[in-house]
Design a protein around this ligand. Structure first.
Ligand code: IPE
Ligand code: IPE
Ligand code: MG
Length: 320
């Protein structure tokens, strides 16, 4: 059964002795925070699309019926408009627009985040069906810590609840879960759950879900530099040994065989990368969708993949 809900609780899990850290160096506490995101810069197409949907949908349901109660689906055939030989190995997604989705329905941001989890489940199902090997999702940025405490607390409990609910299904489906970001800032129970989920799915090889939580692309580069500097300092490496592949080995995406996304999708109509995988996106194809994340479903994903399949990737060279 696919992504079936199974009742596991964090209390049933043996506490781990040490807090979970993903990098060898302690994280900087000197991050400069931006002001809270504004909702005044919505693209007109985004607004139009979202208000049409708000008018016709029950809150919590996305356009293709990808709701939490329909988790058990058979693998889906690849739509005829997509070529199996051009399916990207690694797709990255900035899942943006949950707050606006909720606001348009007169709901709190938490309702948008709940609805966003349903979209994520649906996209994971499609990735598994269509042979995408890695999906990296931006779930919470380091810069999001400045949001109201009530929203941050809700998100932390939502992450824990979601991992708890899905972990066994992930394992039985061959889905590996990895988390990147400064997890030391997360609540202890969530850190334990992440560690447990990573440990228990590390042998899974069908598909890898990388969740970026408390993640900063800039800090990822900083922590890689620090790790390399330590090696130079202790004499295990010379400065002239430093090259791109060595830096990639120190970035947090060293948890996967395919660290550099082929395709990066951002929803909600915003045209920026917002401190996501800055190094890793060097040659990613970019796709910006006006849908708010809770409304992003199969139709939009197919459109993104079809657009990707029409791109000419040159990596700086010539094709003709
Ligand atoms: C993305 O949705 C989820 C997180 C950043 C946690 P937002 O909450 O940013 O939604 P908008 O951009 O305000 O609509
Ligand atoms: C990026 O969205 C982070 C996530 C989707 C988790 P934001 O909503 O934080 O980005 P900005 O503030 O619009 O750039
Ligand atoms: Mg946002």
């Amino acid at each position: 059964m696919f992504l079936q809900r199974l009742p596991i609780s964090a209390e049933n899990i043996t506490p781990l002795p040490k807090p979970h850290t993903l990098s060898s160096s302690p994280r900087s506490q000197t991050h400069r925070y931006p002001s809270l995101p504004s909702v005044t810069n919505l693209r007109s197409r985004t607004l139009a699309l979202a208000s049409q949907k708000a008018a016709v949908e029950v809150p919590g349901e996305s356009s293709d019926g990808a709701v939490g109660s329909k988790l058990s689906r058979e693998p889906e055939p690849l739509p005829p408009e997509l070529r199996p030989d051009l399916i990207p190995k690694h797709v990255a997604v900035i899942m943006d627009g949950n707050g606006r989705w909720a606001k348009m329905r007169g709901l709190m941001p938490s309702a948008g985040h709940e609805a966003g989890v349903r979209s994520l489940r649906r996209i994971i199902e499609l990735c598994c069906s269509w042979g995408i090997k890695v999906l990296t999702v931006f779930a919470f940025s380091y810069d999001n810590w400045v949001r109201p405490k009530v929203e941050v607390d809700f998100l932390m409990s939502l992450f824990e609840r979601t991992i708890t609910t899905e972990i066994d299904a992930f394992k039985s489906e061959g889905i590996r879960i990895s988390v990147i970001g400064d997890t030391t800032k997360l609540p202890d129970s969530l850190q334990r759950m992440i560690k447990y989920a990573e440990e228990n799915t590390k042998e899974s090889s069908v598909f890898q879900l990388i969740v970026a939580v408390s993640y900063s692309g800039k800090y990822d580069v900083v922590q890689a530099c620090k790790a390399i500097a330590e090696k130079v300092k202790d004499g295990t490496m010379e400065p002239e040994d430093i090259n791109e592949s060595l830096i990639e080995q120190e970035l947090e995406t060293n948890c996967t065989e395919f660290p550099n996304p082929d395709l990066m999708i951002r929803t909600s109509g915003e045209l920026r990368v917002s401190n996501f995988l800055l190094w890793q996106l060097a040659y990613a194809e970019l796709f910006f969708d006006p849908s708010l994340w809770p409304d992003f479903g199969k139709e939009q994903f197919v459109e993104a993949l079809a657009s990707f399949q029409q791109r000419q990737r040159r990596f700086g060279g010539r094709t003709s």
